[in-house]
Design a protein around this ligand. Sequence first.
Ligand code: GLN
Length: 430
Amino acid sequence: MTPEEIKTKDKDIHAFLEVFDSPKPYGDGPLSGKTIAIKDNILFEGHKVSAASRILGHFTAPYDATVVKKLKDAGAIIVGRTNMDEFAMGSSTENSAFGVTKNPHDLDRVAGGSSGGSAAAVAAGMVDMALGSDTGGSIRQPAAFCGVVGLKPTYGRVSRHGLIAMASSFDQIGPIAKTVREVESLYNVIKGEDPMDSTTISDATYPARNNFLKVIGVPKSFIENEGVKKEVKENFKVAIEKFKSLGYKIKEVEVESLRHALPVYYIVMPAEVSSNLARFDGVKYGLHIDGENGIDDYFKTRGEGFGREVRRRVILGTYVLSSGYYDEYYGKALEARALITSDLRKLFQDVDLMLTPTTPGPAWKIGEKSKDPLEMYLEDIFTVHANISGCPAISLPSGSAGALPLGIELTADLGREDNLFAAGKEFMGE
Ligand code: GLN
């Protein structure tokens, strides 16, 4: 679509915070001619970048994120910035300071989040591909809600240089597209070691292994959870049968520590959020509101610049890190994080992949869950383990609940994106 066509289409959906007027390709390469949207927490030099927050409402990116440099070199056409939950905190884009993104399959429903704008832009055919970021499911969950493919790469696979940080030990940038093939080609462009991000890894860290035996583990008791909708359970069974018919061996597995994943995430994530967001002090970046004195400036700027959910998480984070509670919450959560990681790594000695639904239900009605933050947090039950352990995971469209798409999720061992692509392509018939 041309920028004008995108703008017209986007009147209903609001996937974009900005569509650039004359987007142009920079280089020539594997993405030549492909149109790409980027989540608005990724820096693109000379363009606004807001993280969908009032505190950065008028901020212009002073440099390119490493992924943007790579997109330019690969010949991609970057057409605009997509809507998201403020600072990537949320599962519906309802926390954006600039309006909610609607699900292209049903305009009364959310597109998911926090990369809801990126997933909706792809699903509505406004762009070929998009970049999102995933801290606890923010690429995979909106991909599932919008009926497209989304990948959270292995931690360190993709540079975070130029990504506005949410929780740095979980954050990864990743691709969203309609097919596994396109997701793979975008992933191949953006991955790689980067001197600007010391947590990045090279391909040599996880050398390719030719031992894909097509064994999939299903953590049945974890999925039997009462919060998981009937349609999701039914649909999941269909997906299992499909894998069987493709020659996969399905093995029932038990990963006891997975039930701790959600509480671990909701302790460690806000701790990192509270320290990462300390830099938004009204002095160095973005919004500044004058108060009586320096401290008052700070309270006013942050009080008005940050939305409710962001303030809630900063408060939760400072609480779990405060002396007296650090050992009880943050310290314990880190121990549980190590346990979950080692349990998953052990599992991947027996199976190539773990299969779960991506979400416990389909996209909900706009406004339905905004009153109860806990209800929204529970939606992340099947996605956070991948960020906790660093493992890569992909969401594939699979079945539906009425008009609403559903997704299944495959998780692989660290560095084993190749297995996700192999199984994903077979499952999608590509
Ligand atoms: N929904 C999760 C949260 O609210 C995940 C967000 C994300 O991955 N950025 O924290």
